[in-house]
Design a protein around this ligand. Structure first.
Ligand code: PLP
Ligand code: CA
Length: 305
């Protein structure tokens, strides 16, 4: 693959870039905003794209929030979107379980390692679940827990899926339950496997770090429903129907967003330098992974020319 084309400040290159695509898939954190700080030009750029008739989809790996939570965040930051334009990894997992696995309820419950965003999306798809924010699991493990997990009396016989997302209250008791369900044959899914979580201008352990103890214990990797998994691309495409050759993924992270676009054989990928990766990661030798965007810009707002 050739070297990425730099768009910042190059009006003809920007015009050419915009003309190539009908649909733009946006990563959120690191592209539109960082935490609660919206980047200058975000709202104007999205408005410019809409005025040109482009289809916009917001594809985030953040599993702690439901699509409705995300809509509230967009509203608060002054960016008009509809709930339907948002596609999060919690929603992706819920849709996969409800519409692809199609396991009959009320049997086939999901054991959740994660926050309320996952629970809301599962509820919306009528998928029964346990775990998640259940306060009875937010405690230290006691000696009798080992016995009750081992003899099955602490386990729900209807659990057939373990779903791992970012859980800010992860603990040994929850991991012990999850692993016990996996040993009984539960399917191992993850909303996403991001190694890190960008927060407060540095990195913290991401959703992948929450599921990692289960990977070590079981020797199995989960099927991930977030970027770069093509299960998410298929789900996004199933909902929005776009021509992949005229679609561009815009992201800040090479190993999730840009890989997602390249492996999905989209017409293009644009890396912005307002988030996790820097240009040294993909120019020349880069980070050694060979993942290179087709285009890059300092920030999204540079598309305004
Ligand atoms: N997961 C969590 C819990 C997050 O808070 C974030 C960013 O806010 C992400 C993942 C990454 O989200 P995105 O895919 O929008 O960059
Ligand atoms: Ca991001």
């Amino acid at each position: 693959m050739g070297e990425p084309r730099y768009l910042t400040g190059d009006k003809p290159a920007i015009e050419e870039f915009l003309a190539k695509f009908d649909t733009f898939l946006f990563d959120c954190d690191g592209v539109l905003w960082s935490g609660d700080h919206i980047f200058p030009g975000t709202a104007e750029t999205l408005e410019m794209l809409r005025s040109k008739g482009k289809q916009l989809v917001f594809v985030t790996n953040n599993s702690t929030k439901s699509r409705a939570d995300y809509k509230k965040k967009f509203d608060k930051l002054g960016v008009p979107v509809t709930v339907d334009e948002v596609f999060g990894s919690a929603y992706s997992a819920a849709v996969y379980i409800a519409r692809i696995l199609k396991l009959p309820a009320p049997k086939n419950k999901v054991f959740v390692l994660g926050e309320s965003g996952i629970e809301e999306e599962l509820r919306a798809e009528n998928v029964p679940f346990i775990g998640g924010t259940d306060p009875s699991l937010r405690r230290d493990i006691e000696p009798e827990d080992f016995t009750k997990i081992a003899d099955g009396s602490a386990l729900d016989p209807d659990v057939s899926i373990v779903l791992a997302g970012l859980d800010f209250h992860v603990n040994y008791l929850k991991l012990a339950h999850a692993f016990a369900y996996m040993k009984r044959g539960a399917t191992f899914l993850a909303t996403n496997t991001d190694s890190t979580l960008p927060m407060a201008h540095t990195l913290f352990p991401g959703a992948g770090s929450i599921g990692a103890p289960l990977v070590t214990a079981s020797g199995k990797a989960p099927l991930a429903l977030g970027k770069p998994s093509q299960a998410m691309m298929d789900a996004v495409e199933g909902k929005f129907q776009f021509d992949r050759s005229r679609t561009c993924m815009i992201g800040d992270r090479l190993n999730t967003d840009i890989r997602f676009g390249i492996e999905g054989q989209l017409g293009g990928t644009l890396a912005v330098l307002s988030g996790v990766n820097k240009k040294e990661d993909f120019l020349g030798e880069g980070d050694g992974t060979g993942v290179k965007p087709a285009f890059y810009a300092d920030k999204l707002g540079d598309l305004l020319g």
